[in-house]
Design a protein around this ligand. Structure first.
Ligand code: GTP
Length: 364
């Protein structure tokens, strides 16, 4: 079976991390997001993968190439203008002559795809949609089903008074190719808002597959941090073993003996951790980063080539590639785009979102 991964969105909610970096390859535990997804598909014997691209296509292709280094074959389907989730798959129709899989390209799940495919075939479904339970369904697409798992209603982003179920569309679909045949080409169209409700209205067999699988989308910085907390605490073992209090250190790192590190912590290759630095996990530090003396990093994710310190305090924050946070600055619950400089002694307001390539002066 082939799979289409949707990776062409603008990812505005994850800005400033995604101003220059496609959401599909933001690092997750120091590995580009899509690499995790591709390995999951490969474990379920899905080796032909089409990437439906638009916004920031080239960096994805540069990194993944033809897929051979991951044991899969990758094909690229590029839109000139964004065609929405449905239009993007229609645009890749030339690859899709048989039953196929579609994935939103911002979801990490350990869904048992093989069992979902069996489910789809046994029900002779036109489309099967994976469902996941969430605590707050109001920002998702809700799906109601009957006792036989057939979908009875779609409800996009309901208010609390409209909520009838906590099961939401989890962004993995199995589809028959004739679903595409009925769609107009080169037209912006949404699966969730248009195609799926239309199929339901026509009485087509549209099914939901519920499972206890781990599921998260990395649509926002908060979710991105949540994903790291979850992976490091072993909530999705397929992607990462539970680290507990352990510390994983990459090659060629220089960690000063007076540094105190409380896991779970992952440190990439070629990093330097200075005197009396405290790392209080969950913390992930990207390769080539330097943390200078007396800095304290807590519950944060730092990408590649950062330089922090001395005496910097970073808490519940995300720092993109090539940032410089100078002496005694304090960043809490902040998100820094790539190549940001924070001048010495600055204190960022909690909740700050700093655009790439900017310099933050003290007393911001
Ligand atoms: P926001 O701008 O933050 O809402 O993010 P997004 O653009 O990623 O949108 P959303 O989270 O709704 O998209 C879900 C998935 O579909 C993501 O993996 C997107 O990359 C993808 N996607 C959304 N719109 C398009 C599109 O027009 N074309 C393609 N190829 N993919 C899309």
């Amino acid at each position: 079976m082939k799979a289409v991964i949707l990776v062409g969105g603008r990812a505005t909610r994850l800005e400033p991390l995604t101003c220059n970096m496609p959401k599909a390859i933001v690092p997750v535990l120091n590995t580009p997001f899509l690499e995790h997804v591709i390995r999951h598909l490969s474990q379920h014997q899905i080796k032909d993968i089409i990437l439906a691209q638009g916004h920031l296509a080239q960096p994805i292709e540069d990194y993944l190439g033809d897929g051979s280094q991951f044991g899969v074959r990758l094909y690229y389907s590029i839109e000139d203008t964004p065609l929405g989730t449905g239009g993007a798959v229609k645009n890749a129709e030339r690859y899709l002559a048989e039953t196929f899989l579609v994935l939103n390209g911002d979801i990490i799940t350990d869904l048992d795809i093989t069992t979902m495919i069996d489910f789809h075939r046994k029900r002779r479904a036109k489309i099967t949609i994976s469902l996941a339970p969430v605590d707050d369904p109001t920002s998702y697409g809700l799906i109601e089903t009957d006792a036989g798992d057939r979908i009875t209603r779609f409800l996009e982003k309901p208010t609390w008074s409209e909520v009838t179920t906590n099961m939401i569309n989890a962004g993995t679909y199995i589809m028959e190719p004739d679903v595409l045949a009925q769609m107009p080409p080169k037209t912006r169209i949404s699966f969730e808002r248009e195609v799926f409700p239309q199929l339901l209205a026509r009485g087509e067999p549209v099914y939901a597959y519920s499972s206890p699988a781990y599921w998260i989308d990395i649509g926002t910085p908060e979710k991105y941090l949540q994903l790291h907390r979850d992976l490091l605490s072993g909530k999705c073992k397929q992607y990462a073993p539970a680290l507990g209090k352990k510390v994983l250190v990459g090659e060629q790192c220089d960690i000063h003996p007076t540094a105190r590190i409380k896991g779970p912590v992952v440190i990439g290759a070629n990093c330097s951790i200075g005197r009396r630095v405290k790392l209080i996990g969950p913390v992930v530090i990207g390769s080539g980063s330097t943390i200078l003396e007396d800095s304290v990093i807590e519950e944060s994710v730092i990408w590649r080539n950062a330089r922090l310190g001395p005496g910097v305090s970073l808490k519940k924050s995300i720092v993109a590639d090539n940032c410089l946070i100078n002496a005694k600055s304090i960043c809490e619950e902040s998100v820094l785009g790539d190549n940001v400089t924070v001048t010495s002694g600055s204190k960022l307001k909690p909740g700050s979102r700093i655009e790439p390539r900017t310099t933050v002066e003290a007393e911001r």
